[in-house]
Design a protein around this ligand. Sequence first.
Ligand SMILES: *Cc1c(COP(=O)(O)O)cnc(C)c1O
Length: 351
Amino acid sequence: MSRFFSTRLSLLDAYEPGEQPSGVEYIKLNTNESPYPPPDSIKAAAVNELEKLNLYPNPDGRALINRLAENYDVKPENIIVGNGSDELLAFSFHAFLEDGVVFPDITYGFYPVYAELYNVPYQQIPLLDDLTVNIKDYINTGKNVIIANPNAPTGIALTLDEIEEIVKGNPDFIVIIDEAYIDFGGKSAIGLINTYDNLLIIHTFSKSRSMAGARLGFAAGPAPIIKDLNKIKYSFNPYNVNRITQVIGEAAISEEEYFIGKRREIIKTREYTKMRLKNLGFIMTDSCANFLFGKHPEIGGHILYSKLKNMGILVRQWNKPRISDYVRITIGTKEQMDALIAATGEILSNG
Ligand SMILES: *Cc1c(COP(=O)(O)O)cnc(C)c1O
């Protein structure tokens, strides 16, 4: 740390992304990326756009926003695009949460980081023992609310009715639903933004659209909320989504069939892997995401993580209360999951 760093910010615990190793060839099941590359049309769109790199992109991402609005059956003024959904989460914490926010004790690790960064008071509400959200805890909170649905890293989803109850139950506060994993099994609440003026939905292209490397997310909400987010964006980085990402985002919307097929494949592989791991004695949550979350009664989470890493397979594990015995396993290809299952079986039988 330099002697110039703000005292307050020097106390910040930054977010720790999953390892992105270079050099060693791991089977990488630790950051919930898609194992499938995007289709060729997306590569062509990117290459085409290269000759315009001397020009700034459209600051609104107008064409992309229009495509998204059409695709999700909302109006363009209901959408803002961001440099990854993380950026839109950051804007939202900055814009709306100064009076405080509640979220589960076990959820996306970035929420407490953004809360600290933007001086937002926050309260973590414990998940129930089975790692589900007790929606009664989220009615009349007297605070703003952010919930990942499906939740991470548990993968457990709330129903659309439950989300609606939470939105209705906090009419004077904003309810932010982070739908990073919604395409793998949950039901999106985007349709509710026309009914409730306090609902904001955050989506990403990183998981279900194979574009983690492009950094693209969007938020959908009532027009006044989107206008507020634009004010933050235009006070920070007007050209937040680069030209190439904007055109490949558009191309991705035109390729919904491709991505729907890949999601189906991932869901099928998830259920297969879950069944095989249960047969090995694992206790698993009912994940509706592109990852599994489970623990084994005979081996600690960190030991399993380390042994898998030694065998060339990366999964994610947190030394945190309540979940340190669990590992989170991204769903890769069937071949990758068979390698994971074989390695895990070997680790268990060697004690
Ligand atoms: C991956 C993830 C994000 C961030 O996605 P990006 O668009 O890549 O920034 C946001 N929320 C949750 C819950 C995630 O798991």
